[in-house]
Design a protein. Sequence first.
Length: 577
Amino acid sequence: MKNLGNSSIFKANAIFYVLTVIIVGTVVLGIYASGIRSYYRALYPVVILDDDWVVSQNGTRIQETTLSKINTGVVNKAKTFILERQLPHSMIPSASLSFRTFQSTVIITIDDTQIYSYGLERSAAAKMLARKICFVPLPMNYSDKKLRIELTATEYMSFSGLGPFYFGNEQDLFNSFMEKRRLPFLIGNFLCIFGLFQLLWIPCILLAGSKNITPIFSALITVALGLYILSFYNIFDLFTDFQTVNTLLEYISLYLLPYAIAGFFASSAEKSRKLYGTFALINLAFILIVLLIHLFNVIHITQFSPLLYAIAVIETVPFIITVIKHPRKRRKLDANVLEETADKFLSYGFIIFALCGFINQMQFFYARFISGKESYVSIAFIIFGSIVFSTFLVLHYFLHSVCTLRAEATRQSLSYVAYSDPLTHLANRTKCEQTLQQLGVEKKPFILISFDLDNLKKVNDMFGHTEGDRMITTFAATLQKCFTTAMLIGRMGGDEFIVILADTPDTAINDLLLELSTTLEHMNQTETHFKYTVSFGYAKSSETQYGQRAHDIYMLADKRMYDMKRARHKKQGAAEQ
């Protein structure tokens, strides 16, 4: 059964890797295709409204008129910016504005007429405001009119920087929005689909007998990375009317990453399992506490990211120190080389991902606290690190699966040598006694039949051991043919054999023994050197108390076999006289 189980695991993994290659190949082609410029041509030019603004903060006018040059610093709760300028002199049909707002209310007026507002009711109820992409239709007679945008921060450290604001045809603005996000959209979707595919495949691998749970955490990591990339670029805002879905997905996926990574290391590492297991529990508790605090509207989920970054740094340092201080020594065995390579893939992939995350975090820190232009920051490094890390996770699992299968094959080979009779390939005496001991522990009902092949010594003396071996092997094959449902067929030594069956009625046992006798009689009709005759006796586990050793059942069956043997010899002797 173990061989079948390992074969199933191998087949399950093989199918998984083949499909993985297909998916990765599709993504490579998609990334290549995403590098080709779209054939779509804008009907009307999309303009960035960056110059000629009159900007004031809490009633104080800012001298700079170019939004991309204004350093707002970190904008905290209740700070208000008012931006004013003339709309372009043009007549674009379905003209609109698009911009990204960072946890702030928005009021837009044209010539003192309000045309758009966002977040006022949620802000009044002290609820979280999302980081949202706004598409604002303009009235038909907008040309040269005064545009006024009022932004009021609703959180501690809501945002830094103003703009960019895009002006153009509504469809052109949407196409421009998607054009700028083609690569993040493709990679984010790939990671989500790839991770979900792994999650769906995990039950198949587990049902095949694998006990490795690292694919679960690998899938969580991959899905979390995909969700974070998509939500960072506000992709989910395009598919739902619920304002906070995109922001919640962004922060939940971000907070889930440390837990999934720590869980992966806890399930794959041996020496540091307790350390990473502790990290995983801490991270899981962090996620649950943050969600509860957010749901009760005490502190919003967006406010915990600095604490998350601190936790991530603290947990990353021990891993990097371990990799640097304790490099694996190259070994001669192929399995160990593969295991070493798998661990290197994991280490390098995580270090690359951590380095990319650190670079992007430094960019974000600089943009928020120094240059005051947070809204212009991308996560290109995290996207690159996510692809590398997800790929290396799969390679790590693949190589470790190969190592596991090789080790299991070696173990089974050694087990076969240790527990198999070299002549008949049945279970040897050691295996038979081990099975009897296990049956005594499990206390399950069974039947044991003891066999003794007659005249083996005479055959060896008269025709040589070659014929004696043929006699033994042929009888062993006959036992296997007749007792196909046996739990165990073994050779106890010399001419002694046993068969262990599950609890079986006496009539069924007698039918099996009759089938064996009939088969031996047919064999004797064509055999010239010797005749097959066998003595047997059987005993049931119910004939002794379960507290006694199962070996006692064997002794009882063996005694009955010898009783039959003596009776047959006595009868044979009487006939000769």
